[in-house]
Ligand binder design. Sequence first.
Ligand SMILES: Cc1ncc(COP(=O)(O)O)c(C=O)c1O
Length: 415
Amino acid sequence: MGLPWERIFAGSEQRLKSSAIRDLLAVTAQPDVISFAGGLPAPELFPVDGIRESFERVMRAEGAAALQYGPTEGHMPLRAFLAERLSMRGVKASPEEILITTGSQQALGLLGTVLLPRGSSVLIEAPSYVGALQAFTLHEPRYLPIRMDSEGIVVEDARQVLKSASVTPAFAYTVATFQNPSGVTMSLERRTGLLALSREFDLPLIEDDPYGDLRFSGAAVPAFRALDGGDDAVYLGTFSKTLAPGLRLGYVVAPRALISRLVLAKQAADLHTDSLAQRAVLDFCQHNDLAAHVAELCAVYRRRRDAMLSALRQYMPSSCSWTEPDGGLFTWVTLPEHVNTTELLREAVERKVAFVPGNAFFTDGSGGNTMRLNFSHPSPEKIEEGVRRLGELVTQRLSNVDQGSTFELAGSESR
Ligand SMILES: Cc1ncc(COP(=O)(O)O)c(C=O)c1O
């Protein structure tokens, strides 16, 4: 007889719910499924040789230091490199305002630990990144979801929510550029408006920006920390989408007062980020043209986005709509209100195509008729074939529903 684990776990179920995405990835990993479900970069674009050379160089030049415990804040030369690189984009950061994290996912976890005491609330975009919700939910906050449109979060709605809240939320969380999941980029006007709200209500603002470098079209919009009055904004970055997610290298830029609290939380979590990976990534950036590598990624992802948008136009019924992102990895499809994409997914998987039902990205049960599609991982040919299968399925489902409602209407008329 083993220990009664289910009883031992009692009470933690709500805080540690399995993520719909993770469960799905297991099904869609089968090779014959065309998966639009994950958020994976294209593995054929990882600079494997360059990264291998960097690891070798680091091991030869400073192997012992790379294998030793390191400072919790991170490898200082990497922090200095990031500070300089960020400042070229207008993001104000001194090396002391940067903490290196084990992916930006860890930064979300640390921010939850530091900023979410029991009974807090968090202002979020609706929809929102599911991994952030997972990290914050460990602290059981109340979510205040704010509607988004094609320009990002609707600031006026946020203002109303803040005005009527009895206690100011612990922070506002936004993925303002090429949002996961919607692909939407917040306009400059909305950013300025949200920043003004943050100052008016003493509301810390967290901008999570894993996709900002992956712009294929349109003009760049500045990060909150690059705006006038944005010095207190928290900025999360990562090498996951520009180099490789397996390196688990991210960073958080924040005012020193917050950095020192995050450092304490990180000490408790894992002491410090992998010393070898930090040095190898810095070495890679010093010996390779990172901007040229990112430009290559953008060229490939742009073709895939274009393939997806043109397939959506070709195969999706006219009652469906979708976002047309200028970068990042995702587009977001909205079907007629009566279609439930969680139910649709079962049939889609039978047809060997997968997506993430949009409902997973909302905290209030809405978004049942939406879905997230990833375009960075499958080839353009697979994208076209996958969207064709999806379009066929949706068309069929809509014609079934239409027939159903006609019968119902006929039935009620005859009564
Ligand atoms: C918005 C957002 N934040 C954070 C992460 C986590 O990234 P990392 O690999 O840096 O932990 C992701 C990954 O997909 C993401 O989409």
